[in-house]
Ligand binder design. Sequence first.
Ligand SMILES: Cc1ncc(COP(=O)(O)O)c(C=O)c1O
Length: 390
Amino acid sequence: MSAALDRELRAELDELAATGTLKTLRAIDSPQGPLIRFADGSEAICLCSNDYLGLAADPRVVEAAAEGLRRYGAGTASVRFICGLFTPHLELERDLADFLGTEAAITFTSCWNANQALLDTLCDERTWVLSDALNHASIIDGIRLARPGGKAVYEHADVGSLERRLDEVPAGARCLIVTDGVFSMEGDLAPLPEIVELASARGATLIVDDSHGIGVLGETGAGTAEHFGLAGRIDIVTGTLGKALGGASGGFVAGSSAVCELLEQRSRGQLFSNGVPQSVACGARAALAALREEPARLARLHENVARFRSGLIGNGLHPLDGESAIVPVIVGETSAAIALSERLLADGVFAIGFGFPVVPEGSARVRAQLSAALTDEQIDEAVAAFARST
Ligand SMILES: Cc1ncc(COP(=O)(O)O)c(C=O)c1O
């Protein structure tokens, strides 16, 4: 590497530090959970993992993954079209399709990869993609890489804006509407009932990335669609295994057999990259089974969200409204969000500040994420820390 480039990169990092926007990564030396221990021995209540159901360190999930590791080895050591796939992949894909009410599902090494693979495979020069303004970065980048014939961004969760964008789509185009189910930075939900109706009236295909909705919303945890009584009515659902479903890694696309088979045949994320390790597939299956067997986890998660929200409000704070497990507290400037997050950590609560470019300038926030594994006492302690730190 040239010394000049290295100096330029160092100057960029110095600039981040000077503006108070340099992220500090903490090393964790315990399993993921409601109370984590850092490498320096200190502990904190964790409000920033996506372990919504508290399954990341659940003994059943860990044992299933360990058994998968023993039985099938460390990984696939090949892409699946060359060397085949393993039984746990097939079983997991069947489980995911059954859970979400789709014909089929196909796994990827992450939901980032799943979104990119899906968009790339479905887009051609006659495809138009309409995307919510606050969609996850993997969707935004996925659309850029897919280079569809046309694309438009509609205002966040605004059905009127989507309708106006649909009016611009040429007749005969293949039209894809893409939205998060739960928006990761706001914690609010896509207005799926109206979007489903509009998509159906206009002959468009609806894609919902429900990474933050699956394992959180709906009677069985099947996500935002189930929450709205629309289970099985979304054309294509994408999601992650790295949040509620065991928290390891991996993602998937669930939809018709034709969609999944074409992804198998054509998507670059399948053709040029190894699959999810077999152990991870086994762990994710165990997480799905735990959710099926213990629906009380979902109820507990929502009790925890309600307790945390009402605690914040009772202390004069104003979290953004929402029904998901994401509770953002807006503070304004990026440096203010980072400073608040540091004060919280000093007070034993791990919750991260997000600023530009992850969220729009001026709306930096500390985002809290609740878990079914948190106790009442931990939530009350966290609320007290927010009250002291803001
Ligand atoms: C809405 C959404 N989609 C996709 C992803 C990517 O998930 P993965 O970690 O499996 O790549 C995330 C994770 O941050 C997300 O929040």
